[in-house]
Design a protein around this ligand. Structure first.
Ligand SMILES: Cc1cc2nc3c(=O)[nH]c(=O)nc-3n(C[C@H](O)[C@H](O)[C@H](O)COP(=O)(O)OP(=O)(O)OC[C@H]3O[C@@H](n4cnc5c(N)ncnc54)[C@H](O)[C@@H]3O)c2cc1C
Length: 494
């Protein structure tokens, strides 16, 4: 069992006695009758037939299965490890953290901190295990990854309502699911190929992506608008949708030198071949020669800087991420620079000297659905409404986001299995905003997976800029209590 691995690693938590921790964790998070109370109280389950099936026991799948059991359903959870590993997974434990051991900020004043707070209110298994396996990391919630995975594994294995099947899920699970017991597909960004192919068949191959290139997003209030001008190329467009950061020749040369020398993440072997010409990392384009970027994402044609009356040597364009203009996307700046290097190098761009990064750029292998086109608002496949997509494959990005979306998919799948209508969390909340991004929020836009960030929250345009963050937080926090009452969810406190 995975918890023995933790013991051998000499983890402090397990040195006290692994089972004690599981029991303590369970009693701390499973008040009698509360949503974490997953003692057997089967509801409408047919013996031998699970009311809910889940593919993939990563962060999202474990949350979904846990919620199903907490709702009294018999759950079958399929996990292909240890018989088969994806190129990034290495441990037999469930909820394996494939890269960083950090769940990012735990400050509820940040979007991801707020999402954690909501997850704790909802009785999240991930948060309970992460809190128990926490290691010191300042404001961040970082964990001992083996202890974390060991706890989740033990909680799932010990749950009498969950049957963990250590095999690749048969594709027949997806067939004939027009009606019937719900299935949650939580196979992650590196889902097995056969499953990805079947999903592509169900949704249309053009709606299942295998690769993700993210440009950084900076916050509007951190921009120096004295250095930036508003204009659309050749004056086209309704009137200045883009913000333009102009560089003169000297600034361009300084920027190029820093960009080509900056630290970058080394691609993993399974990611290397995935670059394609239409979507090269900005630093790869820069390395091809000084003019490459000026004919690509930094091209200045069709733009005149009103400050000089001339066309700049190069321009970095910022495209709005939200109507209120609180967040801006650096167009074409997908990158594999490290986060520290991105901040250092991109702050050399005029107007971005004090830029705050709501999302850093990235390029990585990622299997995900074009959510707004193929999922309904509850993340069910339009083509097969009994199938829920959960976790990274549904179009969210990140550990916390995958766990959060998985929890809610599990909740809604349980509701459907019990004959209830699915529900959405409040739009003002962090979870509601994250799910909104998968649906209505992107109906008419190019979809790209996203971490939770304040750009996804409902705008409050009439509020002065410096008060907006506080106002959003208040709206998010105020929205939960009535909602939990409305759907009959006991408050767990904390
Ligand atoms: C290389 C890489 C590094 C990443 N690093 C970070 C990071 O540092 N921080 C961060 O916040 N996010 C990171 N992410 C993004 C993402 O948040 C994580 O991948 C996260 O684990 C996604 O959770 P999930 O539950 O959706 O998928 P996973 O955690 O990947 O879980 C999916 C599970 O499904 C299983 N599975 C797949 N196919 C089948 C099948 N057919 N049958 C049965 N089981 C199956 C897999 O074995 C796996 O256990 C990274 C992603 C990748 C690919």
């Amino acid at each position: 069992m995975a918890w023995r691995t933790c013991l051998s690693a000499g983890n402090q938590i397990w040195a006290w006695g692994g089972l004690w921790v599981i029991i303590a964790l369970r009693s701390a998070t499973s008040p009698k009758g509360g949503p974490m109370d997953s003692r057997p109280r089967r509801q409408g389950n047919t013996p031998g037939v699970p009311a809910l099936e889940v593919i993939g026991a990563g962060l999202a799948g474990c949350e979904a299965a846990w919620r199903g059991a907490a709702n009294g359903l018999g759950v079958r959870l399929w996990e292909m490890k240890p018989g088969l590993f994806s190129p990034a997974h290495a441990s037999p434990g469930l909820a394996e953290l494939v890269c960083s051991n950090s769940f990012r900020s735990d400050d509820p004043g940040t979007a991801v901190g707020l999402l954690k707070k909501e997850l704790r209110l909802l009785g999240s298994l991930t948060m309970a295990a992460a809190d128990a396996a926490r290691v010191p990391a300042g404001q961040a919630l970082a964990v001992d990854r083996e202890a974390f995975s060991g706890l989740v594994t033990a909680m799932i294995e010990e749950n009498p309502l969950i049957e963990l099947v250590r095999e690749k899920a048969p594709l027949s699970l997806l067939d004939g699911r027009a009606q019937g017991n719900p299935l949650v597909v939580a196979a992650g960004p590196l889902a097995s190929e056969d499953l990805a192919e079947r999903l592509a068949g169900l949704t249309g191959a053009e709606n299942l992506h295998f690769y993700d290139a993210l440009a950084p997003i900076v916050t509007g209030e951190s921009l120096d608008l004295g250095r930036i001008f508003r204009a659309d190329r050749y004056g086209q467009g309704p009137g200045g949708d883009y913000l333009n950061c102009p560089l003169d020749q000297g600034e361009l040369e300084t920027f190029m030198a820093a960009l080509t020398a900056a630290d970058r993440l080394r691609p993993r072997p399974f990611e290397e071949e995935r670059y394609f010409e239409g979507c090269l990392p900005i630093e790869v384009m820069a390395a091809r020669g000084p003019r490459t970027l000026c004919f690509g994402p930094m091209k200045p044609v069709g733009l005149v800087d009103p400050g000089t009356g001339r066309r700049p040597a190069a321009v970095v364009q910022l495209r709005r991420e939200d109507l209120a203009g609180t967040h801006w996307n650096m167009v074409g700046f997908q990158t594999r620079l490290t986060r520290a290097a991105q901040e250092e190098v991109f702050r050399l761009i005029p107007g971005l000297g004090r830029a705050r990064f709501a999302r850093h750029g990235a390029i990585h292998r990622n299997t995900y659905l074009e959510a707004p086109r193929v999922l309904d608002p509850f993340q069910r496949l339009l083509a097969r409404p009994a199938i829920f997509a959960a976790g990274q494959i549904s179009g969210v990005e990140g550990y916390v986001e995958s766990a959060a979306q998985g929890l809610w998919a599990g909740e809604n799948a349980s509701r459907v299995a019990r004959g209830l209508a699915p529900v959405l969390p409040p739009r003002a909340s962090a979870l509601g905003s994250l799910l909104w991004h998968l649906g209505q929020g992107n109906a008419s836009r190019v979809f790209s997976p996203s971490n939770v960030n304040f750009g996804l929250f409902p705008p409050c345009p009439s509020v002065p800029r410096r008060e907006q963050a506080a106002r959003r937080l208040a709206a998010a926090e105020g929205s939960w209590e009535p909602f939990l009452g409305e759907i009959g969810y006991a408050r767990l406190g904390r």
